[in-house]
Design a protein around this ligand. Sequence first.
Ligand code: FAD
Length: 404
Amino acid sequence: GERLVIVGAGQAGARAAEAMRQAGHAGPILLIGDEAEAPYERPPLSKELLLGTADRESIRVLPADRLPSLGVGVRLGCRVTAIDRTARTLSLSDGSAVNYDKLLIATGARARRLSVPGADLPGVHHLRTIAEAEALGAALRAARRIVVVGAGFIGLEIASAARRLGAEATVLERADTPLERLLPPAAGRVLQSLAEVHGVAFRFGVEIAAIRRDGAGLRVDCADGTAVAADAVVVGIGTEANLELARDAGLAVDNGILVDGEGRTSDPAIFAAGDVAHYPTPINGRRCRLESWQHAQEQAIAAGRTMAGQATTYGRTPWFWTDQFGRNIQMIGLPSRDATVFVRGTAGEAGSVLYLLEGGTLSAAIAFDDPQAIRDARARIESGAPVDAASLGAVPLPAATSAS
Ligand code: FAD
């Protein structure tokens, strides 16, 4: 049978490999990853692993014997450096070459770096891998003061973990609210209030100029001339897709590799899945590069099945969760900055829900400790039917809102 090769042994790569065999593919399957680690899930890295309630073996995508028992070849610690689409050959960092009939690119994303002096000093952390999570967990335990650069989901989760472990946490953010690229400001401020109630300090509108050594610790210099002292600094300013392989091979890319609903790129022999893929959502055909567990899992399975000959379309409504400050916060739909925000209950408290309305329909919902509200919202979002706030039991979210 055909030889199916997967580049990137993360959640998407591992799930796709399993799905190919389960869909009945009888030929060779090879999974190649540059990390030395067997595939693992990343959500616990900023949660349970930081807090010490999970360890590296408990976060594996698959049991250790799963892929061998399916007859899937695995090569770890090996980087794919180029794709030759004409010869259908991959070049590997160990100097060898691998042929493919169909290829899945599941190379994920990497943490974006600050480009300022001192960005690589010891004590400046990023969070994408197990090793980085273990190093950050140790640093949070030893630190009295933590500075988090970036008020995105990962930055807020790290601030939450720092507070739980007893450190002071200051979040520095260039924008005026948390998650500014994703959420309407009023919704971002609900997350801000929740963090503030738990002792996190924020500074918005702050540009980082440099990070310097200061005695035994570090000092973050801001462009406005102010400085913040820290024992450790964590940079959580988003990700960049690992799409160079695809781009250099001439595949169509945006900020991710463009794929259709079945995961196919602009080359019919090459597919892409997970964080690196830029896919058509079921919501008005809007495309995006989604960084979420559900997408890495299910869009990869659809691509794997399609590659195995069982065409499968991934059409799930985006869903995401984050755990911070004792709350399980789930988000469904595709939020946009321009949505109008309504609230049911007291924003940020357990059982409260933020509803994002656009053009008379529900585009997204964010629920605090209320998974049932997410299931209900999913149905309304997917129906696309007109919705009014009153029927949701919601009222306009006041501009200044606080959580307790
Ligand atoms: P990755 O997991 O990044 O795997 C890609 C793999 O490919 C990596 O091992 C990489 O090293 C390897 N690779 C790259 N280039 C090459 C190459 N050229 N050759 C060989 N190998 C290569 N999602 C949620 O829904 N909820 C959460 O609460 C949540 N929390 C998160 C917390 C953290 C700290 C992080 C980092 C992510 C979180 N996510 C969360 C997102 C979720 O973990 C990702 O969407 C998911 O891991 C994406 O899987 P992936 O397989 O596409 O990419």
